[in-house]
Design a protein around this ligand. Structure first.
Ligand SMILES: [Zn+2]
Length: 262
């Protein structure tokens, strides 16, 4: 009944025990998962994984922290080819990241410009293929929304791992986009995000783990895994004064409307 819309099962951190991790997710009632890729090689790995497991789909894209793996424009053709796979549910994870330092040999402005260029090319590809987009933002909110919002109406985006205010979220939602919440909403110091969770209209948000990162309470500090999306759902239900079944069902149908091919 739960839907983990963002879980990096293609991460090396799951190399040793991926099968039990997926089994624990199904046992916890997590029947559907979207695995976002971080680069072309990782996308192939994620697609191979999705072929073995019904209920798992993939977002293909180059993560802003990994755009040093591509140059020129030949890579976008490679991505287009990967995106034609039936297991592809969206383009992602793409976006901007101003938090992490540029890789060696990159000057900050050039790195940011390259991130923006790669993002634009991938947004164009999403429009071309009729796919929605999974967005990463880290300390880049203004630049990211300035690039993405003009695409409203041509594609829908989910602002993954949303931690902003309701005021920031509403214009996105009015334009047809979504946000998704991670285990951060279970943290004691969740602050403004708790308020956003409480007041956002149903249908405007989805749930995710962002595994292997951001394990929710009571697993905080451990490696995160998709089964834990159930804990985030319970925290969201508590904040909203709803039954967890209701949160699970509304967020699952929101995700089914957003992702292709389930
Ligand atoms: Zn991610």
């Amino acid at each position: 009944m739960f839907f983990d819309t963002h879980t990096h099962l293609g991460s090396r951190q799951f190399d040793a025990d991926l099968a039990p991790v997926i089994q624990r997710a199904f046992d916890a009632g997590v029947t559907r998962m979207v695995v976002p890729a971080t680069d072309l090689e990782n996308a192939r790995r994620c697609l191979a994984l999705a072929k073995e497991h019904p209920g798992i789909r993939v977002a293909v894209g180059i993560h802003p922290c990994d755009v040093d793996s591509v140059s020129g424009s030949g890579w976008i053709d490679e991505l287009r080819e990967l995106a034609s796979d039936k297991k592809v549910a969206a383009i992602g994870e793409v976006g901007l990241d101003y938090y992490h330092a540029p890789p060696e040999g990159w000057e900050t402005n050039a790195w940011r410009a390259h991130q923006a260029e790669c993002l634009r090319l991938q947004l164009e590809l999403a429009v071309e293929l009729g796919l929605n987009v999974v967005l990463h933002n880290r300390d880049s909110w203004e630049d990211l929304t300035a690039i993405v919002m003009p695409y409203s109406g041509r594609l829908r985006a989910v602002f993954h791992c949303y931690t902003g205010t309701l005021e920031q979220a509403l214009p996105l939602i009015e334009a047809g986009h979504l946000v998704s919440f991670t285990g951060i909403v279970t943290f004691k110091n969740a602050g403004q995000i708790a308020e956003t969770v409480r007041t956002l209209p149903g249908g405007a948000y989805m749930l995710e783990t962002d595994a292997p990162y951001l394990a929710p309470v009571p697993h905080r500090g451990r490696r995160c895994e998709p089964a834990f999306v159930a804990d985030t759902a319970r925290a969201v239900a508590k904040l909203r004064g709803q039954e967890v079944e209701e949160v699970a069902s509304v967020t699952t149908s929101t995700a089914l409307g957003f992702f292709q091919g389930f």
